[in-house]
Design a protein around this ligand. Structure first.
Ligand SMILES: NC(=O)c1ccc[n+]([C@@H]2O[C@H](COP(=O)([O-])OP(=O)(O)OC[C@H]3O[C@@H](n4cnc5c(N)ncnc54)[C@H](OP(=O)(O)O)[C@@H]3O)[C@@H](O)[C@H]2O)c1
Length: 311
């Protein structure tokens, strides 16, 4: 049986619990695609899972292969898969039952779309989870429409830098908060107003908005109600917004978990290939240095994304 390298954890802990192991290459069953992975991105959920802080993964579920999104080429098609061909370049967000920090991974057709043509594999690998999170938060949960106003917290990071560009592409007016190193970057992405979160209180600077898209939570969320218009909505990627505060401000709150979605990835690829959205990859690590990649993502400032080269 052919084997491959995969980065797995057998118990929770710091980056040192990540192990590069030899495991069997998975077999695509009927309806599945075997992808030869070229790039896998590092997301905050990866180090939350690794440290045991992610509630949906328990010690009894270990060992697991890390990683939730990938880019690569089709190696083999399971029986009955149509619409894909061997050698085709794809990108995908994976269901929680598989891991992308590996040389091969199984994809379900409903998770995968053709890679944006204008991106190389590393850049494409950076996109799926962050982009689907931004897309679903702004449009599916936030209902953002052309001409509306949105405030995006954490706009220099993986999800935020894509959210700013999706909102602009939709024709929304965009205010954003970011770390000081990212203020220029976020302006260049098209935000109409950018606030250095340590230098200025956003609630003193931003006129009322229809949507607050919150990637930070805590006191950032608390202070955000004051900038929402009546009937506006605060959408969080982190936890359920306070219902009493929402009611007091005549606003709504929502929390969600991003889901794989091939159709949305195809839409996102069009925006990227159309030049409306660019992808920022700050640093690329080889698969064997996944532990260092997670340490950097967790402890250091990152502009955009960190990616593992698995080729
Ligand atoms: N629910 C879901 O399905 C889902 C999906 C994706 C992500 N998430 C969560 O959403 C969060 C963001 O994800 P991400 O991938 O974008 O993370 P990220 O790449 O680490 O980006 C976070 C950004 O926020 C900045 N920041 C920190 N404190 C801030 C503040 N008070 N105000 C404004 N900006 C601040 C950070 O700057 P510094 O680096 O300088 O601190 C960084 O640029 C994470 O907690 C992640 O777990 C949830």
């Amino acid at each position: 049986m052919a084997s491959m390298k995969a980065v797995r954890i057998h118990f929770f802990g710091g980056p040192e619990v990540l192990r590069v192991e030899d495991v069997p290459v998975p077999e695509p069953k009927a309806g599945e695609i075997l992808l030869r992975v070229q790039a896998a991105s590092v997301n905050p959920v990866d180090y939350k899972i690794r440290s045991g802080k992610y509630p949906l993964l328990k010690a009894e579920d270990l060992p697991v292969t890390m990683g939730r999104d990938v880019a690569g080429t089709v190696e083999r098609l399971g029986e009955g898969v149509s619409g894909f061909r061997v050698g085709e370049a794809l990108y995908a967000m994976l269901g929680r039952d598989r891991g992308g920090y590996a040389q091969y991974v199984i994809l379900k057709p409903e998770e995968a779309a053709a890679k944006p043509e204008t991106l190389n594999a590393t850049e494409a690998g950076a996109v799926p989870l962050a982009a689907l999170t931004a897309w679903q938060g702004l449009f599916d949960h936030g209902g953002l429409k052309q001409g509306q106003r949105v405030l995006i917290h954490g706009a220099g990071g993986g999800v935020g830098h894509l959210a700013v560009q999706f909102a602009r592409a939709k024709g929304a007016w965009v205010a954003a908060t970011a770390s000081s190193q990212d203020v220029k970057f976020v302006k260049e992405l098209g935000a109409d107003q950018v606030i250095d979160h340590k230098a200025q209180k956003f609630e003193d600077a931003v006129e009322p908005v229809d949507l607050v898209y919150d990637l930070i939570s805590g006191e950032t969320e608390d202070r955000s109600w004051a900038v929402l218009k009546e009937g506006g909505i605060l959408v969080s990627t982190l936890h359920e917004p306070d219902k009493d505060k929402a009611a007091a401000y005549k606003a709504r709150g929502a929390r969600y978990m991003a889901q794989p979605d091939a159709g949305q990835l195809a839409e996102i690829a069009k925006l990227i290939d159309g030049g409306l959205v660019r992808v920022q990859v700050q640093k690329v690590f080889p698969l064997a240095q996944a532990a260092e990649a997670q340490r950097v993502a967790e402890e250091e400032h990152t502009q955009g994304k960190i990616v593992l080269d698995t080729a």
